[in-house]
Design a protein around this ligand. Structure first.
Ligand code: FES
Length: 277
């Protein structure tokens, strides 16, 4: 949708909150103006600013899928003043929403391809709408492999959806943690090791990854070892964003700004930005 004034937040109300992990909350947010709510269109990978009045605003990936008149969802990890204030909001409380901004995962271009989605920790947040979009249009894509890692079982962000993901046709969900607990019967392994073991074919495939830098580093090495080319590997660098406005210069990749030119890039694009003199 076109924004009349991109600097003015829309008023919104918290509909509900869900504690996803000890430090991540899902905020379900309803835009107050029905006309804006009905025309607020966005795609997986785009972000919006949430403002806790009196505390400030910060950019967050939108983790829901666009459906007419639906609530917007954000997975907010508590890491500072704004996110603490957002965590304290309760149903009925008011906040501001500005967006949507940024580019998105070009899922239409991936029709017919096998999809490998790899996420670590809160890095699963921008991948959740990607997975749900693929499942919503399941026949448009080939096999779907999701590898989701976290430090502990409690840190796996979208547990309430695992059953749905696991039961979807031609879909494989592999969960792994760095450290299990007495209830955990799954894998205890690092994401790159799980990827190496599963060894998905690069043929007609796209890999989308998001997670901590150390995970990305070693996962990229495995993907390349499996034969994935740079234009088959896609990521979102949304975690690099701070102001989200092109002003703080803290999100640069080469001479590009993640908040202005991204946050979604192929590895091929990132390599080109870094090579530019
Ligand atoms: S996040 Fe500040 S310039 Fe991009």
């Amino acid at each position: 949708m076109g924004l009349e004034n991109p600097f003015l937040p829309y008023l919104a109300t918290i509909k509900s909150t869900v504690e996803l992990t000890p430090d991540v909350k899902l905020l379900r947010v309803e835009l107050e103006d029905a006309a804006i709510r009905g025309s607020f269109d966005y795609k997986p990978g785009q972000f919006a600013f949430l403002s806790a009045f009196g505390e400030g605003e910060a950019p967050f990936g939108i983790v829901s899928l666009p459906r007419h008149q639906d609530d917007l969802e954000f997975a907010v990890r508590q890491i500072g003043t704004v996110t603490r204030a957002l965590h304290e909001l309760e149903p009925g409380d008011t906040l501001g929403v500005r967006g949507p901004f940024g580019n998105y995962f070009p899922l239409e271009d991936y029709a017919g391809k096998n999809m490998v989605i790899i996420g670590g920790g809160i890095g699963m947040a921008p991948l959740r709408p990607v997975i749900n979009k693929i499942l919503e249009q399941r026949d448009n894509y080939g096999n779907l492999l999701v590898i989701n890692g976290a430090r502990t079982p409690q840190d796996l962000v979208f547990r309430p959806e695992f059953q749905t993901w696991m039961e979807a046709p031609r879909t494989q969900l592999e969960l792994t943690v760095d450290r299990g607990d007495e209830h955990w019967g799954g894998r205890v392994a690092l994401v790159p090791d799980v990827l190496r073991e599963l060894a998905p074919s690069p043929d007609n495939a796209i890999a989308i990854i998001c997670g901590p830098p150390i995970m990305i580093h070693f996962t990229l090495a495995v993907l390349k070892g499996l034969g994935f080319k740079d234009d088959q590997i896609v990521t979102t660098l949304e975690a690099k964003m701070k102001c989200g406005l092109g002003k703080c210069a803290r999100c640069n990749v080469g001479d590009k700004y993640v908040c202005q030119d991204g946050p979604v890039f192929t590895l091929e694009q990132i390599s080109q930005f870094l090579e530019q003199p």
